[in-house]
Design a protein around this ligand. Structure first.
Ligand code: SF4
Length: 445
């Protein structure tokens, strides 16, 4: 047999896509392929694309076109492959295969078929697959961190969102499967596990007939990993049982990522959000009272079709009033195939941009105040990188999730992938700064 081709993966998009990338890498390595992160040296480049909003598609297309110009054989995987399989094959002769979001574990077979001269389209119309702890995985995150996908897909139909079309219906993994993978990751030195899915508060509904997040958190609480962070807690799913599980499970961080998207009941109704008018001041107050130490992150969409100035001001007031720790704001992006695409009263981009800027201008002093509140405290920091030129350590405290929140810049010494106490001495809007308190030998946990 001839030498197997070398393969590189170019990864775009969210952390769910990242897990797919990690499984493709793991499967290819297990099958004896040489995987290289230098695209120039590779025979094939798998582009794991994102199709969430127009800007993400533009970036995916730019990546593909650059690789095509470099004469690479391209395998297009991920959300764009699921979305535009025919168009991609028709318009890109360099694309030797397209692989859907429920088909990424067939990657070895796809490469073999391509090698034998076939142009492969491996896209299940309705993705139903979810990898588990038995699927090889090659992690690409920083040493101490791993994502744990508790479920894939979504059963809701928010008017702006293409995800259910691209990722299929919700399918959860069992508690046993997740604990097994968590234990495996912990044994590899992972210090922070990040639970992800579209709606983590709905975890288990499809396989157990009711949400089982509280049970999952308690089961993961037994795993020897210091930080468990949960993404995408839908506010109406934060039941007393879930809140109690967060309170009573010491390694579950009181960090809540609540993708609220808006505050005005009429906008939420048109958005077809699952809770519609039920997101209101009282709900947020209830969460804050139950978990007073919780760090709250949220995201909003501004400029949804028909959003009036008065509705936008309602949102500004909501942000001012609740003082979230972290806020992300996006301008509405009309996605073909979603109900919001055809809604009347679409707003001009410049209006949306100025609303986003106004929202962030309201949030910035709040974020600064929250960060300054850390000054003088000693906080645990997971050390993730060393600055290549200055040697300064860079990490995160429990208040900051990777990719979306800020960083902690740390003076002193500590091994990568460990959690160390850091005295915070300074803060700005996004990041905080400090020094390691103890010597590395005495602090590693
Ligand atoms: S809940 Fe709504 S926004 Fe979230 S993935 Fe499902 S459809 Fe999309």
């Amino acid at each position: 047999m001839g030498k197997k081709p070398t393969i590189a993966i170019s990864h775009l998009g969210c952390e769910k896509n990242r897990i797919d990338t990690e499984h493709m890498l793991g499967l290819l390595v297990a099958a004896g392929y040489q995987v290289d992160n230098n695209e120039e040296l590779a025979d094939y480049v798998i582009v794991n694309t994102c199709s969430f909003i127009a800007a993400a598609r533009t970036e995916s297309v730019r990546t593909i076109v650059e690789l095509a110009e470099a004469d690479k054989k391209i395998v297009i995987a991920g959300c764009m492959a699921q979305h535009f399989q025919e168009e991609l094959l028709a318009e890109l002769p360099e694309a030797v295969a397209v692989v859907g979001t429920g088909d990424y574990t067939k990657i070895v077979d796809v490469i073999e078929r391509v090698e034998s001269g076939e142009r492969v389209k491996e896209v299940s119309a309705e993705p139903t697959y979810i990898a588990d702890e038995t699927t090889p995985r090659y992690r690409t995150t920083s040493e101490g961190v791993a994502y744990l996908r508790v479920a894939e897909g979504c059963d809701y139909r928010c008017a702006f969102c293409i995800i259910p079309h691209l990722r299929g219906k919700q399918r959860s993994r069992t508690i046993e499967s997740l604990v097994a993978e968590a234990e495996q990751l912990a044994s590899e030195g992972v210090r922070e596990l990040i639970l992800i899915s579209q709606i983590t508060t709905n975890y288990g509904l499809d396989i157990y007939g009711e949400p089982k997040l509280a049970e999952l958190l308690r089961a993961l609480g037994q795993v020897d990993v210091p930080w468990i962070r949960m993404h995408y807690a839908y506010p109406t799913g934060l039941t007393p049982a879930v809140i109690e599980a967060i309170q009573e499970t010491p390694n579950v961080l009181p960090y809540l990522d609540l993708p609220l998207q808006h505050s005005h009941p009429e906008v939420l109704r048109v958005m077809n959000r699952p809770w519609q008018g039920r997101v209101n001041d009282a709900l947020i107050e209830r969460i804050k009272t139950a978990l007073p130490e919780a760090v709250l992150r949220t995201t909003f969409i501004v400029g949804f079709p028909g959003e009036t100035q008065q509705q936008f001001e309602h949102l500004l007031q909501f942000v001012r009033h609740h003082e979230f720790d972290h806020v992300g704001a996006f301008t509405f992006s009309p996605e073909e195939g979603t109900p919001a695409y055809n809604l009347p009263h679409q707003l001009p981009q410049d209006v949306m941009d100025s609303r986003r800027d106004a929202l962030m201008a309201v949030q910035q002093p709040i974020s600064l105040k929250k960060n300054q509140g850390e000054v003088g405290k000693v906080v645990d920091v997971l050390i993730e990188q060393e600055h290549p030129s200055t040697g300064e350590l860079i990490g995160r405290s429990a208040r900051f999730a990777p990719e979306v929140d800020g960083l902690v810049y740390v003076q002193g010494e500590a091994p990568l992938g460990t959690i160390v106490p850091v005295e915070i001495t300074d803060a700005d809007v996004y990041d905080i700064y400090g020094s390691v308190v103890l010597s590395p030998l005495s602090v590693v946990r």
